[in-house]
Design a protein around this ligand. Structure first.
Ligand SMILES: [Fe+2]
Length: 304
């Protein structure tokens, strides 16, 4: 039987201590649209089809709770459940109807470094998906620091069907669709969140996003620039509670015959850490933010 594969990062789930302030930020500043809310959580959509691409949950500490992957259909979810079990990773139960906003069919599980993931299909997605200037479409990628990159890479490749697109700058860039990467996994000391990137419709929207963030007291902490692997334009920020966030656009699209490059293929000239070289590298503040947040067990069970 061919390997079952996830086909996108559908959403990320974050923990915040001040739900009201973070909700205002993600709507009025980050420019997402409210999708649903409960007493202790808020859900936001981009302009793409996914019912929501971000949810934030009231918790004692800020951090990362979960990455949710999209699958094509129930048979794929069931096959991914079998692959996760074959990899020896614990799930929170068999695939089932999920009670969260947008519904769907899926299951939650932990990866080899105890991160919470989920796979879902059959979510009540949107038909109104026209781009809007300056508004994120979707999650571009989640970047996760790893204490054991080899174990995490093997799991994401064998259990979830990710492919290696590039290996550079102490990161492996992994794809699950035509985007050069949807997940990035680092070579680090701890398993923490590096950052969450939101895809803007174009470079102009990234630049306008920088301006809007500055207007609200969130200066750009690295960028604007253009990365090597993925060739995407970027700007990094510390959001509310120091959450490390990225606006990005123009991600390289690849095909199945894409050949992964190696660290030797990605050497920067002295003083450079991106293709444009118009700003210095990341600030000390964002470097710190990119190692602060562990995955929380808040919300491990999907319920239902
Ligand atoms: Fe990124």
């Amino acid at each position: 039987m061919p390997q079952a594969r996830v086909r996108a990062v559908r959403s990320v789930v974050l923990a915040v201590t001040d739900l009201e302030t973070a909700t205002r930020f993600f709507t009025e500043v980050w420019n997402l649209e409210p999708a649903a809310s409960t007493a202790d959580a808020a859900f936001f959509r981009g302009t793409g089809a996914f019912h929501h691409i971000l949810s934030i949950h009231r918790a004692p500490r800020a951090g990362m709770i979960r990455v949710v992957f999209d699958a094509a259909d129930r048979a794929t979810v069931d096959a991914l459940y079998a692959q996760v079990q074959a990899a020896g990773r614990p799930a929170d139960g068999a695939p089932r109807a999920l009670p969260w906003p947008g519904g769907g069919y899926g299951f939650g599980f932990k990866d080899p470094e105890q991160r919470n993931f989920a796979v879902v299909c059959d979510v009540a997605d949107r038909k109104d998906i026209a781009d809007r200037p300056d508004r994120p479409r979707k999650i571009s990628h989640a970047n996760l620091n790893c204490a054991d990159n080899e174990a995490t890479f093997a799991f994401m490749r064998d259990a979830l069907g990710f492919r290696l697109s590039d290996h550079a700058n102490n990161f492996r860039f992994l794809r699950c669709n035509a985007d050069h990467h949807s997940m990035v996994i680092g070579f680090n000391k701890d398993a923490t969140l590096n950052h969450v990137a939101f895809e803007m419709p174009d470079l102009d929207s990234v630049m306008r996003g920088i301006g809007r963030m500055r207007d609200h007291g969130y200066p750009v902490e690295w960028g604007p620039g253009r990365h090597g692997p993925g060739n995407n334009a970027f700007a990094y920020f510390c959001g509310p509670e120091e959450l490390p966030l990225e606006y990005t656009s123009e991600m390289q699209l690849v095909t199945e015959d894409h050949v992964a490059r190696t660290p030797d293929d990605w050497k920067w000239p002295p003083g450079r850490v991106d293709q444009w070289g118009i700003v210095a590298g990341p600030t000390a503040r964002v470097k710190r933010a990119q190692s602060l947040f562990r995955f929380s067990d808040d919300g491990y069970r999907l319920g239902g």
